[in-house]
Design a binder for this molecule. Structure first.
Ligand SMILES: Nc1ncnc2c1ncn2[C@@H]1O[C@H](COP(=O)(O)OP(=O)(O)OP(=O)(O)O)[C@@H](O)[C@H]1O
Length: 535
């Protein structure tokens, strides 16, 4: 039997009110792709952060290639041979690929030498990348390649990847998988976190499954179905959400010839976008990210005002109204970025519940005083109804795992009974308990892009493509069914979601391809959402 590359023994990490990792032990073999699975809040991120030196465990030990591994910082972890590609890229849009990579190195070589190295590594691993290109002009997949090449230049023994395919197109996923297989052949071990169980089955030879911070199972994903793995994750039989028939009503949201410049550097202007959404209908907005989806959300939420006649809610022109004005009328939005846009990271869940629900849930009284008891009760209801795993409404948003915060944000809006709900990337970080091709047919996760990515030729759907589809891949406008329509029935967030959208086929609209945006000067990816009204 080969000696483990990484041996984790009894890792325990507690936060106030939560044991994120409890006595976790497992081994990663050299030259293997090892999946780390678990529901939202199971403790996956905490564990990989411990391996990468971002979290100090309270107890337990690790050895890497036979040596004690207790990194006090990511730098120490990198020196020991551990590299990590995060779900969110940390790149400067205004700088070139080579400059971005140099920024992350302790002692970067001259830029020309570094560029030659980048070309070499990217060719070796089938990751096409031009070191001279500006990062702001790259697609999601190319940005991820920058991060991967940055890691590969360190010759890691262990590469950790946190939900790497959630921002990629199917073509980019295929490239990534072939790179990871090459890395494995070259002797690198990969620790792979994903909620997409069909991908795990295709890629990984071993999986460690966490539940409630503990290792509950280990398996060979090639020998298990996605459903079996999902059941190991949740610790019980999966119930497929029932899709209720919902009658389609009148047009509630009409967008007509919507054109507007992007308020963001490297943003994408909206050009002549038209669609209508009826009560009880789900409209999916598809397309590779960075092609106007974010701007569309801003134009609908009221964070970006638009010219008369372009956005109508139940016949009323709301294009000049503020986010509050639109909320009053029932147009609610849940933006993509959880921390800093959809929620304030350092505020409690009660405060975050109050922030968007104060008007519709009547959470002020006596001339504008906050009704804290009401706000707390509303936050508690969101937590209970949407199965948000947290000690209670007084924890801060930052303390929630990514998927649990996502459930809280979406639940907060749904429980306000919107006339129209606009959600951007609702399954991002939320996970899919059954994976893409799951026979149980539970809610599917399919994020095709992340932040500010520009479409590359051949990297996504053709312009103007319009065809029916069922699952909101990139963003969706979900109007409330007519009164008396299906209410949330199940005890899980995704069950309620399905009931609300009624499983109705919807149209797919891809915004027309605009001219490339030009600005190069901003260090982007930082301060997103700053300067906007809260939706
Ligand atoms: N800094 C923190 N402070 C307090 N609690 C935390 C902190 N980080 C994580 N937790 C808690 O630890 C638990 C495990 O969180 P973790 O982020 O590791 O889960 P996860 O499996 O990665 O979830 P997801 O799939 O939703 O990202 C959660 O209950 C979370 O709320």
């Amino acid at each position: 039997m080969t000696e483990a590359l990484l041996a984790v023994r009894g890792i325990t990490k507690a936060y106030p009110g939560v044991v994120a990792n409890s006595d976790v032990s497992f081994d990663i073999s050299p030259a293997s792709i090892h999946a780390l699975l678990g529901e939202n809040g199971a403790g996956k991120s905490t564990l990989v952060k411990a391996i990468y030196g971002l979290v100090r465990p309270d107890a337990g030990t690790m050895t890497l290639a036979g040596r004690p591994h207790a990194p006090a910082s990511p730098r120490e972890a990198r020196e020991a041979g551990v590299a990590m590609v995060f779900q969110h890229f940390s790149l400067f849009d205004a700088l070139s690929v080579a400059e971005n990579i140099a920024l992350g190195m302790e002692n970067p070589p001259p830029l020309r030498d570094l560029s030659a190295r980048i070309r070499e590594v990217s060719q070796d691993y089938g990751l096409p990348l031009d070191p001279g290109r500006t990062v702001g002009d790259l697609s999601a997949g190319e940005r991820q390649r920058v991060e991967i090449v940055r890691c590969l230049l360190q010759n890691p023994r262990l590469l950790i990847m946190d939900e790497p395919t959630s921002v990629l197109t199917p073509q980019e996923v295929a490239i990534l998988f072939s790179t990871l297989r090459k890395l494995r052949e070259g002797g690198t071990a990969i620790l792979y976190i994903s909620h997409k169980l069909e991908e795990i089955r295709a890629l990984c030879e071993k999986a460690t499954i966490l539940r409630g911070g503990r290792v509950v199972a280990t398996c060979d994903p090639r020998e298990r179905s996605a459903r079996q793995m999902a059941e190991m994750m949740v610790g019980g039989a999966l119930r497929a959400p029932a899709r209720a028939e919902v009658p389609v009503g009148e047009v509630v949201l009409a967008v007509e010839r919507l054109s507007a410049p992007s308020p963001r550097l490297h943003g994408m202007p909206l050009r002549d976008v038209s669609f209508a959404v009826r009560a009880g209908e789900v409209l999916g907005i598809g397309g590779v990210a960075g092609n106007g989806q974010d701007e569309l959300l801003l134009a609908l939420s009221g964070e970006m005002r638009v010219a008369p006649g372009m956005v109508r809610l139940k016949g009323e022109d709301v294009g000049a109204l503020s986010p509050s004005g639109r909320r009053m009328r029932g147009l609610l939005c849940a933006p993509e970025e959880r921390n800093g846009h959809a929620a304030a990271a350092d505020m409690t869940l009660t405060e975050n519940a109050f922030m968007t629900a104060r008007m519709r849930k009547g959470l002020t009284r006596g001339g504008g005083f906050v009704d804290w008891r009401g706000a707390r009760a509303f936050a508690t209801r969101i937590i209970e109804t949407f199965d948000v795993r947290t000690p209670g409404p007084e924890v801060t948003a930052r303390q929630l795992s990514g998927g649990n915060l996502q459930k809280f944000v979406i639940g907060r809006e749904i429980l306000q009974r919107p006339e129209v709900l606009v959600v951007n990337q609702p399954t991002w970080g939320g996970g899919c308990r059954c994976g893409g091709g799951d026979p149980a047919g539970a809610a599917r996760s399919g994020r095709t892009g992340g932040r500010r990515r520009r479409r590359q030729p051949g990297s996504g759907r053709a312009d103007g493509d319009q065809r029916p589809f069922r699952c909101p891949e990139r963003g969706a406008a979900v109007p409330r069914p007519p009164r008396g329509g299906a209410e949330r029935g199940g005890d899980r967030a995704d069950a309620g979601w399905s009931a609300r959208n009624g499983g109705r086929p919807c149209r797919l609209t891809v915004p027309p391809r605009p001219a490339p945006a030009c600005s190069r000067s901003a260090p982007a990816g930082h301060g997103r959402g700053a300067g906007h009204d809260h939706p």
